[in-house]
Ligand binder design. Sequence first.
Ligand SMILES: [Zn+2]
Length: 409
Amino acid sequence: MTDRNCTIAPLTLTIEAQSGRARAGRLLTPHGVVPTPCFMPVGTQATVKSVSPDDLSNVGAAMILANTYHLLLRPGPEIVAAHGGLHCFMGWQGPILTDSGGFQVWSLARLRCIDDDGVTFRSHLDGSEHRLTPERVMAIQAQLGADVVMAFDECVGYPATHTEAAAAAQRTSRWLERCLDARPGPGQALFGIVQGSTFTDLRTASAQATVAADLPGYAIGGLSVGESKAEMWRIVEHTVPLLPAERPRYLMGIGSPEDLVEAVRLGIDLFDCVLPTRAARHAGLYTDAGRLNIRKARFRADLGPIDPNCDCATCRTFTASYVHHLFRAKELLAYRLATVHNLRYLTRLTERMRAAIAADAYEAFRDDFLAKFRAPDARERSRQQQRWQAAQRRAASSPAAQSAPAAEC
Ligand SMILES: [Zn+2]
């Protein structure tokens, strides 16, 4: 596609192989080809924490995500635009996706007031008041200049009543119309987001309204916000068949190895999540046996690599003992080495999934993987989540933000 102003932007997906509902393809973007399934590392503040663009290329990252909410607050979209957009600002020449900011406003901004026109909120950094509307979100994302931009949506928490979830899904549909009227920037592809919480009737209505807009890609949002895994997969399984087969499908906020493997089985192509990079900075490293904690005493004198099956720069160069030592000594290199390993693990996992799909043996691959991979149970995940949220609140809320008055509705 070459029509830069059309909603069908320069983004095409070619499906190369299928195995059951799992599919492998190539997503053509203005900044390069993305093999799918693809995990997108999250560069919240125009940087994937602790690694350089060269590191990202070396681990095989094909596409990354940046957060509109964070870049709006700091440094401001005009600064990014003055550099010529995110690609120049952060020195990453591969494809980039920006989210709409809706999820961060919902989860991070301490105070918010949502009405039909938009959202007013106070920054979690300094308490300053901001307003996002569909038009403003499109304008900011045009300044940021990503290849894929997301429509402004309202994400409800969990649990939500049917009435609350319906209102948010309908508002998301109305906001999508306004995003379309506002138009993405030149060369940008606009993805719509299906909402509807855990209610299948609402997911159906939201998917139908979103697909009616004939967009270059579709996302499933509002999941992994506290519901059980069983509920999440029930909604993904229900929603995927409602989306057009020839367009990319993006499951937002999912990124653990076992979830990637399951989501691809259900027909998802794109993922993003802070979990793999955040886990790395907390000494949590992925192997096919599960997530290990490199700080544990058993690694103190382990002269082998973290994962003998891994070809990342960390595993090729350093012993598990050395990485253990760096974490114990709180040396900064620990974060980079661990992040390189986890990102390489996930890109290799997507490569293995592509190979299994090409061989039409995905179901067997998935069964074999899940039989070996020890995933944290629901209680452990809940504990990890609570620890992180507490740390997030402590770190993110400045005294100014704490003392700011409520956003006026
Ligand atoms: Zn490695």
